[in-house]
Design a protein around this ligand. Structure first.
Ligand code: ZN
Ligand code: ZN
Length: 354
């Protein structure tokens, strides 16, 4: 059965209040990852990939500063946590089974911590797999036959320039993959458990976004900050926002929080900056947003109707299923947003912390 997630409609049609915004409307696909058991034939986060048996698995071959967590142990802990959240009435559901306890011990004993830095190159981990049938905007320019995007990453920081995992993108045609690689190589250690996504199924949903405030022209920014414009348009906005209506625009009307495909940048961690394609100079577009959370307390209006009960549960592990379903954490609850060239999907992509 296909899972559905429905973002409540925005309380204000912001393009009616500011007609200059209308041509800037852009569709984004919220992915709504939730823990599950995806197959290679499903769109997923952290799930198995539809990978051809005869294609080499990608690796990262730069030196890393040694890992902090064993992948096998991280996976066992994640499974126990999800079990606990899925069975809130059983406080012991998150305890390890005897088999899991034994597996943890074995993994720890087996691993030679003194030599972990010798593990090079590092096999990449699956982060996301998106089929065009689920994410309709997926088709890359000039490659109309490609209907599958696979995103992998190296689960380590890459100082001094990148304090987050480094990603690799693969576009392919699903029908071309007849024989699957069933047991891809995996790293033994990862930087931290925060770089290992919990396997999730997706419930893609299209929403409309508008540029975040810093991306608007100075003139339009001033208009959005002008409470009288909102009043004149009869917009139903809480008068508590009268002194700073741009906050309401930022939290509720412009950019959706959480994992998404396409749309706009939220900015915040870094200032807006040009993103020219390194190969052709064209300004790059947001492709995939890998988010630490599906929204903070100011973004409650984006919680899908279906998740409202879990989102307000008095049990934190149940709330986590909605707010932090993939358990990914980029720095201090930021997001890693990938950008790609709108002219050629073969041009190098880039990553920014948002
Ligand atoms: Zn790496
Ligand atoms: Zn380019």
């Amino acid at each position: 059965m296909k899972t559905i997630r429905t973002t409540p409609p925005r309380t204000v049609d912001v393009a009616a209040v500011f007609p200059e915004l209308a041509p800037l409307a852009r569709t984004a696909t919220r992915l709504h990852p939730r823990p599950g058991t995806p197959t290679p034939y499903d769109s997923s986060v952290g799930g198995p990939l539809l990978w051809p048996a005869d294609e080499p698995w990608p690796h990262c071959d730069v030196p890393h500063e040694g890992g902090g967590s064993l992948l096998d142990v991280v996976r066992l802990e994640q499974r126990a946590r999800v079990r606990r959240a899925m069975t809130p009435d059983d406080p012991r559901a998150g305890d390890y089974t005897p088999e899991e306890s034994a597996a943890v011990q074995q993994a720890v004993q087996r691993f030679d911590w003194d030599h972990d830095e010798s593990e090079l190159p590092v096999p990449l981990l699956p982060v996301a797999q998106l089929y065009a049938r689920d994410v309709h905007l997926l088709r890359p320019p000039g490659r109309s036959e490609a209907d599958l995007l696979q995103v992998l990453w190296c689960p380590f920081d890459h100082p001094p320039d990148q304090w987050m995992p480094r990603t690799a993108l693969f576009w392919r045609t699903a029908a071309d993959v007849t024989e699957l690689l069933t047991a891809p190589p995996e790293p033994h250690v990862v930087e931290s458990e925060e770089y290992v996504p919990v396997p999730c199924v997706l419930a893609p949903e299209q929403v409309t976004e508008y540029p975040s405030l810093p991306d608007l022209s100075k003139e339009l920014q001033e208009q959005v900050k002008d409470w009288s414009r909102w009043e004149a348009a009869g917009a139903r906005v809480d008068s508590g926002f009268a002194a700073y209506p741009e906050s309401y625009y930022g939290s509720d009307l412009s950019v959706a929080p959480g994992w998404k495909f396409g749309g706009y940048s939220r900015w915040g961690y870094i200032d807006p900056s040009p993103r020219p394609c390194p190969a052709c100079g064209t300004e790059m577009d947001p492709l995939l947003t890998i988010a630490s959370t599906e929204g903070d307390s100011s973004q409650h209006s984006w919680i899908p109707y279906e998740d409202e009960p879990a989102a307000t549960s008095d049990q934190s592990h149940v709330r986590d299923l909605v707010h932090r379903p993939t358990a990914i954490q980029i720095a201090d609850l930021h997001a890693e947003q990938l950008y790609s060239c709108p002219r050629d999907p073969g041009h190098p992509h880039m990553e920014l912390m948002q």
